[in-house]
Design a protein around this ligand. Structure first.
Ligand code: GDG
Length: 477
């Protein structure tokens, strides 16, 4: 039995992963991530509850506590994992919301599973939310929850945050269930986006497709409710990243990494989930061509690409994996030397300490998504560069580009443009890289994830004075 709460977080995933313990029993391990660290203090201050899928298809899971957090698992069947998660969420909505970089698939059974699973998440929230509680729903897997929740519990204050871009009307219009999704989101009092462009796309679509009156960032519903749509660019736990990067063990590991690479003059780095939106292929191709063109050779520069396994049962992700395998084989076969491949390609996930060491070891971080809500990797790299060194090559189509103006910005569709930016960053003198990095660090240090969560919750508390109770403000330790 879970206690009821004044603050309920509803997200696709719980902030824990299943692990096998040494004694043979099964336990939980906290999954590290910015969202969890941002919400941790708010959750504690308000005795919050987090509702989410623990991954897998285990049944009979009861609500439990993990390191002081109350967690409520939502179960999915194997069929729902296929239809709701891999299908509707990752093969329909994900590509539509990312500029149709891959072709979205539309299947009515997937939609039915999406509705059913959204209902299940809603039922849990209805159960655990106290009278007048604040419920914060996250991301594209749960866009129907706000409306379902509003119908069941009009007393609640409901916020929704979309972590990925919200597409332009022309693309969103392809979705056979576009109206249901818009109405689903309109159940919230505040709908948050990474960028103001996403918020504007949403307001325009609501006006066009649902017919509600709108003014700037406000939508007026016939039942006298007002919904606000605004941008809240997400960030990282900057302080904890910098602290990690400053550890002696991380510095030692960074040195070891450079040695293992053969101490080249410059190390380029890419870190992504292996996803077709991230532009991994384009940047590796650009790097290979720079060597082929004779701008530098493998003694001068190498590229380390970490691609953590992701959504491996979705067809498009398998195709992408093969394409990258082929390209890396081709570049290394043609351009590498014994003991010195041009690209060190790592299809694996690493602990946070190793990520920090990689960020410390890299001279040039290359982030080239075709479309990305924010891209936290770019901000993490900046957070780890307390020495004000290092260069960032960043796609204009990542949300982060709006804040990290001093990066070498590129159009990820323009391979020559990527090459030129990589070469400029490679050749830039210390004065130039320091000036740029200092400015970017100022941004990332002041706008961290705690500020992000605080500003969203404050805006949510402001929206309907007198209705629902506001959560206690976050008190950073
Ligand atoms: C979505 C939106 C938005 C990656 N490999 C490893 C690892 N990571 C960590 C990174 C970073 C996170 O995963 C990836 O975050 P991104 O923001 O780069 O991208 P998405 O996963 O697509 O996230 C995105 C974000 O939501 C937040 O709103 O910014 O636009 O698409 O933190 O460091 N971490 C570890 N090992 C790995 O191998 N430990």
């Amino acid at each position: 039995m879970t206690s009821r709460s004044q603050l309920v977080i509803v997200a696709n995933r719980l902030p824990v992963d299943r692990v096998d313990l040494p004694d043979g029993s099964r336990g939980w391990r906290r999954s590290p991530g910015g969202l969890v660290s941002a919400l941790d203090p708010v959750m504690r201050a308000n005795d919050g509850v987090w509702i989410g899928w623990p991954g897998g298809t285990e049944t009979d899971l009861e609500p439990f506590e993990d390191d002081g957090l109350s967690l409520v698992p939502v179960e999915l069947t194997a069929e729902e994992v296929e239809e709701f998660y891999e299908g509707m969420s990752n093969a329909t909505l994900w590509p539509i919301y990312h500029d149709v970089v891959a072709k979205p698939e539309f299947h009515r059974e997937w939609w039915d599973a999406y509705v059913r699973v959204n209902e299940r998440f809603t039922a849990k929230a209805v159960e655990v939310a106290e009278e007048g509680a604040t419920v914060w729903v996250h991301d594209y897997q749960l866009q129907l929850v706000p409306q379902m929740l509003r119908e069941a519990r009009p007393d609640l204050r409901i916020g929704f945050y979309l972590h990925i871009p919200f597409p332009p009307a022309e693309l969103f219009a392809q979705l056979p269930w576009r109206r249901q999704v818009l109405e689903g989101l309109l159940g919230a009092d505040l709908v948050g986006f990474q960028m103001s462009g996403g918020a504007q796309n949403f307001v325009r679509l609501v006006r066009q497709r649902v017919g509600h009156k709108t003014h700037r960032d406000l939508i007026y519903l016939p039942d006298d409710r007002t919904v606000r749509a605004a941008a809240f660019p997400i960030s990282i736990d900057t302080g904890s990243f910098e602290e990690l990067a400053r550890q002696d063990s991380v510095a030692a590991r960074a040195k070891e990494i450079r040695e293992a690479l053969g101490n080249p003059t410059k190390v380029f780095l890419g870190v992504d989930r292996l996803d077709y939106t991230k532009g991994i292929h384009a940047r590796l191709r650009a790097f290979g061509e720079l060597i082929e063109d004779g701008h530098f050779d493998v003694e001068d520069a190498v590229f380390v690409q970490v691609a953590s396994p992701s959504r491996e049962r979705v067809e498009q992700y398998r195709i992408l994996r093969d394409e990258i395998d082929r390209l890396v084989g081709h570049v290394n076969g043609d351009l590498g030397r014994i003991g010195r491949p041009a690209i060190s390609y790592l299809h694996a996930a690493y602990p946070r300490e190793e990520m920090a060491a990689l960020y410390r070891a890299a001279d040039i971080m290359v982030v080239t998504p075709f479309r990305d809500g924010m891209n936290l990797v770019a901000k993490e790299y900046v957070a780890c560069r307390y020495d004000d060194a290092g260069a960032l090559v960043l796609s204009e189509f990542a949300g982060a580009a709006a804040e990290l103006r001093q990066a070498w910005q590129v159009n990820p569709y323009d391979i020559n443009g990527i090459k030129a930016a990589m070469l400029e960053a490679y050749r830039a003198d210390e004065k130039e890289t320091t000036k740029r990095m200092r400015a970017m660090r100022k941004t990332v240090l002041t706008r961290d994830v705690t500020a992000w969560a605080g500003s969203f919750l404050e805006a949510l508390a402001d929206i309907r004075p007198g209705h629902g109770k506001a959560v206690k403000p976050v008190s950073p330790e």
